[in-house]
Design a protein around this ligand. Sequence first.
Ligand SMILES: [Ca+2]
Ligand SMILES: [Ca+2]
Ligand SMILES: [Ca+2]
Ligand SMILES: [Ca+2]
Length: 410
Amino acid sequence: MVRQQSRTLAGFLLLASAIGAAAQAGRWPQVPVLAGPDDQERPDIHGTMVVWQEFVSEFGDYDIYVVDVNNPDEVSFTVLGNANDQTHPAVYGRRVVWQELVTGQDATDWDIRLADVTDMDAPIGYVVSDIPANDEEAPAIHGNVVVWQDTNGADYDVYGADITDPCSPLEFAIAPFEFDQKAPSIYRDTVLWQDNLFGDWDLLAADIWLQDRPTEFPVALLESDQQGGVVSDDVVVWEDNFSGSWDIYAARIADQNEVREFAIAAGPAHQRDPDIDGHLVVWQDDRNGNWDIFGHNLITGRTFQITDDPGDQIRPALSGTTVVWQDDRGGLWNVYMAVLAGPAVAGCPETPAGDLDGNCRVDFADLALLASSWLQSHLDVPRTRASESGARPERGPSRRTSATPVGRTR
Ligand SMILES: [Ca+2]
Ligand SMILES: [Ca+2]
Ligand SMILES: [Ca+2]
Ligand SMILES: [Ca+2]
């Protein structure tokens, strides 16, 4: 299942030399993860593992690229692929999942596959779900659980599988209800999905601590579309067109009986496709006339701009303070990355005086940053953007505030 190809590693060397200066400048170097001649799309990241789907023109189909960005000097990557299309990758730890178009005697359909890439030179492949009559699509993974959207030709449902033993995945139903349940996200025991029970997209979630008895609860049941949701810890983010343009909204779900919603980015431009990890949120934003990646710090409440290239930067994914996205500045889609640092992304309300790298401590790393520019003059003064979270029209009482979708049956 492994295809070997050679790639330029210039991006890594650029990144390694530029990281030090980034914390001071307030702008972060943006480099291709593994520049190539073909379109790279739909990146995901967890820890130092970056994945994307790539249309490999040499073979004429989509494969999954897996790169470990841990060591810039000894980059390792592998390609998961064969003559079928592999798309929509997601990664957790050393496990990569994707959807694969399988051509059989009677039907052509999507299945969910998994690879353990602990040994990048010898990935081990597994089947998570391969029902010929069903299309299993858009997988997400956290811990030992994979979730996906699943249709047998009628409507979509959300299913999951416990892959503690990947040789024997234990499949279970999470949202097998009427209408469509799609685009699931998972964090520990919380599974989030978009649901058109009421005719537009809403967000619902379930606690799957008991896998044979998922407990469903509503997250955002408002009119208009709440979709593309992602859950991290007890915060959910999504894209929302209530105002007439796409906005980024969030909700805290620690108390399932009192889910509290708030705006992240609600300007007149379009803000779409958010991701969240910990206290940082990222999304794509066209407020400057083309798509850029923006970020928001949930602790400080501040919004910051990550890219300002005139090309389009879209579909960001975030792990810790590393963000990846697909970027057409080179004339085709490449996956780029930036390692964020400094006060904009610090996990404390106010960084102490002298904390130059924004880790909320004044330590030797700050002294090193100071020393590196000791003899320079006319340094650019770092500028920070004010929060872009604006007011939006008041939402009237929703027709759905009392709707409780628990207990639906097919
Ligand atoms: Ca299938
Ligand atoms: Ca359904
Ligand atoms: Ca809605
Ligand atoms: Ca741009």
